[in-house]
Design a protein around this ligand. Structure first.
Ligand code: URA
Length: 214
């Protein structure tokens, strides 16, 4: 009986089913897969950002990552290539990930909005609202053990807290039970390299949480 139960649980996990309660009644809910979240976006025209985009920048990395980075919005390089954080800020993010003893392929990286705002302006409230279900879908699919938000928009989207990032950063918060560490955006660090030490302190806390050697 125990073996049967184990086999069932292994099958359920592979099938993307989550056992929410068990006993005489077993309640199962299907968690979304990343491909399903991407398919739901389709050739999105839900907000005005679709007008100027070349590519929808969905996300990249390990679909079962223990750690997920959430940035703001694609820039020019990301829009042209279709992948998040491949420009200058992305180069710095890659260095940050490697300094943590990880590779880009180990983590999952995405943005709060999936299309580039014109001239890299800030995403607007209607654009953030249109894209929010997909960010939440990505989080539900990957189920990371920790989230790092990069900059103001990602922190605000997931925490519903408009405290400046300078005050949010460095302290653990939670998104739906998942520990979330707000920190500065790498583009900000390129402009203010003196702040890098603070981000490193934040990332060290994340490494500790994931039992990564610091
Ligand atoms: N900045 C972001 O927030 N995301 C990217 O993908 C690139 C730059």
């Amino acid at each position: 009986m125990i073996d049967e139960l184990r086999a069932y649980l292994a099958w359920a996990e592979d099938a993307g089913l989550q056992i929410l309660a068990s006993g005489t009644a077993t309640v199962k809910t299907k968690l979304p897969l990343l491909e399903e979240v991407r398919a739901e976006i389709g050739e999105c025209t839900r907000c005005k950002l679709h007008k100027g985009r070349h590519n929808i920048v969905f996300g990249v990395g390990n679909p079962k990552a223990r750690l997920m980075f959430v940035g703001e919005a694609p820039g020019e390089d990301e829009d042209l290539q279709g992948f998040p954080f491949v420009g200058k800020a992305g180069g710095l993010l890659t260095k940050m990930i490697e300094a943590m003893g990880l590779k880009r392929d180990d983590v999952y990286i995405c943005n709060t909005v999936k299309c580039r705002p014109p001239n890299n302006r800030n995403p607007e409230p209607d654009e953030l609202a249109s894209c929010e279900p997909f960010l939440k879908g990505q989080l539900a699919a990957v189920k990371p053990e920790a989230i790092v938000t990069l900059g103001k928009f990602a922190a605000q989207a997931l925490l519903r807290d408009d405290t400046p990032v300078s005050r949010l950063r460095g302290r653990w918060r939670e998104y739906e039970g998942i520990p979330l560490m707000p920190t500065f955006h790498p583009a900000y660090l390129l402009r203010s390299p003196g702040e890098k030490a603070k981000v490193w302190e934040d990332l060290k806390q994340v490494m500790k949480k994931l039992n990564q050697p610091v």
